[in-house]
Design a protein around this ligand. Structure first.
Ligand code: HEM
Length: 343
């Protein structure tokens, strides 16, 4: 299908918008009327046609504008992209994975031509046509991980696997929900998850790590995570908290429908072939409350989930101060009818 790319911003005038198509395919994350952390992993083996799960790397109407936003962030703060020296091979693995997947899944937008180690990559939406030698860094304008993730929506953590643990030794992180690659670089799975409440004592991270250590090449996995963001901001980093944190105080009963966004992360996990590293793409989808409310079962359920969320999660996800405002708005869309299980 041909995608119409939006002309839009995720900062300043916030002209970001979801088309009716994007609202329809929004990955609403709640399969019941309450929410608690769990090891909610499943195979990343496709999904309904047109859904965000259909392809290995989803490309949508926000592609070009998201890549523009990433370039702005990197220009202001190059440390959002880091790769420790032993991770270069994993970067090439990632470049190959993405180029092969995108050229197969979106042949009208991306082309990959390979003749031995001489590769040509054509990215039509971004106007790129580059020829390079695979595994020779001097033939690309950036390192391989940076090169390909400047052209792919979502953040990327690239994890080295050793000592029965995962280590955050490389990444491209410009659209994150309030965590920092520069802070976490070199940490292991338990260290970077240390701030998360309630999950450690439930044994969630021990089980999740066990699962991840066994992810096999060609059998990726996925899960959804979510939080809340005021204004359609991609870059909600600790580095820029002074710019976006204060925006949470601007919500009113009149503007909450347009300004408050549910932020859903489609997290996937792929084993990489040469390096045996694990790549963790984190794709962010934003949807304004007023757009979510156009789907009655989402309105009903979101009210119940947010109403009954444990206080520790309200705190950690950073919307305790706006909780009442949200409930006043959402309760108008909850008619009390029962909901069915499933999304
Ligand atoms: C939060 C990274 C896999 C569950 C986080 C945070 C990071 C992170 C950086 C933010 C922590 C902070 O507050 O500073 C990763 C990476 C993974 C991974 C790189 C892949 C290797 C998983 C898996 C689970 C999981 C498999 C499964 C249960 C969570 C939960 C949170 C979290 C529940 C809190 C999220 C929230 O409430 O918004 N993760 N994670 N993570 N992670 Fe992971």
């Amino acid at each position: 299908m041909t995608i119409q790319f939006n002309e839009e911003t995720f900062r300043d005038d916030y002209s970001f918008r979801n088309s009716p198509w994007a609202i329809k395919r929004f990955p609403f994350p709640f399969d019941k009327d309450d929410y608690m952390y769990s090891v909610n992993m499943e195979p990343h083996a496709g999904g309904r046609d047109g859904s965000v799960f259909q392809n290995r790397f989803d490309v949508d109407e926000h592609y070009v504008s998201e890549m523009r936003d990433r370039a702005i962030v990197l220009d202001q703060d190059p440390l959002r992209c880091q790769s420790l020296p032993h991770m270069t091979l994993a970067g090439w693995d990632l470049l190959e994975l993405i180029m092969v997947a995108k050229s197969e899944d979106y042949p009208d937008l991306f082309e990959l031509h390979r003749d031995g180690d001489k590769w040509r990559w054509i990215n039509k939406p971004l106007g790129i046509d580059d020829s390079f030698t695979f595994l020779d860094e001097t033939t690309l304008p950036y390192g391989p991980m940076e090169y390909i993730t400047r052209q792919t929506q979502g953040d990327f953590a690239v994890l080295d696997q050793r000592d029965d643990n995962l280590w955050m030794d490389a990444g491209m992180v410009t659209t994150q929900a309030d965590w920092s690659l520069d802070f976490d670089i070199g940490m292991n799975f338990f260290e970077w998850h240390a701030p998360v409440p309630l999950a450690h004592e439930k044994g969630i991270f021990v089980r999740a790590l066990k699962f991840l250590l066994n992810v096999q090449q060609g059998s990726p996995a996925r899960r959804l995570n979510w939080t809340m963001t005021v204004n359609p901001l991609l870059d909600t980093s600790p580095e820029n908290y002074h710019k976006w944190g204060v925006q949470k105080t601007t919500l009113t009963p009149e503007n909450i429908g347009a300004k408050q966004h549910l932020r859903v992360e489609l997290q996937t996990f792929f084993r990489l072939p040469r390096s045996n590293a694990l790549v963790f793409p984190i794709r962010c989808y934003l949807c304004a409350f007023q757009d979510l409310m156009t789907v009655p079962k989402w309105g009903r359920r979101l009210h119940r989930v947010i109403r009954d969320l444990p206080p520790e999660l309200l705190d950690y996800k950073g919307f305790k101060a706006n909780h009442k405002l949200m409930l006043d708005y959402l309760s108008q869309y909850d008619d009390g009818l029962p909901t069915s299980p499933g999304i």
